[in-house]
Write a protein that binds this ligand. Sequence first.
Ligand code: GCO
Length: 483
Amino acid sequence: MGKLDLSTAANRDDGYIPASASLYSGISRHDFPEDFLWGIATSAAQIEGAAFEDGKGLEIWDVFSRIPGRTFGGQTPDLACDYYHKYPEQLAMMKELGFNSHRFSFSWARIIPDGTGPVNQKGLDFYRRAVDKMLELGLTPNATLYHWDLPQGLEDRGGFLNRDVVNWYGEYATLLFETFKNEIPLWVTFNEPIATYVGYALGAFAPGRRLEKFGRQANHNLLLAHGEGVRRFRDVFGEKKPYDLSHANIGIVVDIWHHHPARPDNPDDVRIAELENEKAYRSYLNPVFKGCYTDALLKYMEETGSMPEIRPGDMESICEPLDFFGLNCYNRVVDSAEPSAVKEEIEFRGGNYMDNGQEFYPEAIYDALHNLRDNYFTDIPVIITENGTFNCGETPVPDENGYMRVHDTTRIRYLHGFLTCLKKAIDDGFDVRGYNVWTLLDNFEWPAAYSYKFGLVKTEPGAPGENPYVKKDSAFWFKRFLE
Ligand code: GCO
């Protein structure tokens, strides 16, 4: 991979205001609650690099990315953004942009290389340094225990198909709760459980297995591990209290990409969209908040021969009361039996495509909050744990002074749109306590590897050595928003 030639003072801030900023104005942090958390979200496998350093064990993406054809160009997370070494400057960049929180994840294999057994003190020490740095910078830590990077040693023992994962995970969780008991107020058991389904049923994510029944069993065991994590949390931190940053709080992160039928009066479209909603977010929200799978999902699993082993007491143990809910919201999906109807529906709504071909539908965040309140819970707050978009005109161009600029205007429009809809939800009385943008730097985007660029700041992930950081227009826009 070639180096960017950005020797021409790429990061000059001095008063730079992107031309698009005036188009996307009229809203700022002052429209949100005073104590709102404004964060940047990342995950370990996507940014840390140092895949073979200081005793880290292999995780499933280290292995999966080496199977020919599984990631874009065969790219690996080996180096990623080199956060392992560059965390001080990358955290400082978050602070400088005006953020007051940081959502990150722990790499299980960096801490317990084989997944169970001996602890790698160097791995724990790294997170100690990073968390201390966050606190020093005034970034409230929001820690995810599991963001898709199972230790390969556990995968070799069946991974999420092995019910022992509940205890493996429990031990790992307890270690972290005890280690960071006094430093971290926000904890997430699992990020987007659907990724495990994709990894065991569809093969598109690590570990790359392909059987519907595996996907359903892996998900069931993951949900049991979630419940175990919450009980371990209460053992360490004491009984449940109302959400408050003065003590530790625990939640789960689920992504809602709601499927809409392109033709709401067409039974086939409605059936397709409904089944997708069952298989996606309802598979998780129902067990976690209601202690059962929906009848529609049970019927689907029955019919497809993919019913997991569900033992007596399982559903109760998944449904542990939580302190907050983490919502990842990126977009909606439009489904139809007739492909041309999808296009018609999107065009009927304004034909708002973004540069990356996805629809611009910021109402998704408002709809998702409604969905949560109407169908799942009313007694805990929500944190928006991820929102962002990719590939929005990422090529740097020199400005009139010769400084390189990235005019990612579509990203600004996207963020402005979602934040406007979020504000409307808060004004309507939804209890939302924070928002995290995905993400600081272009990073390892799973199968798309380094080809999908989600950062507010451009860098060359995966390339060795010193890589320049170039703040995109969206970074300058967000900084003004937060001022
Ligand atoms: C997810 C994950 C992130 C992704 C981000 C962009 O939501 O898929 O939590 O790891 O990188 O969402 O796709």
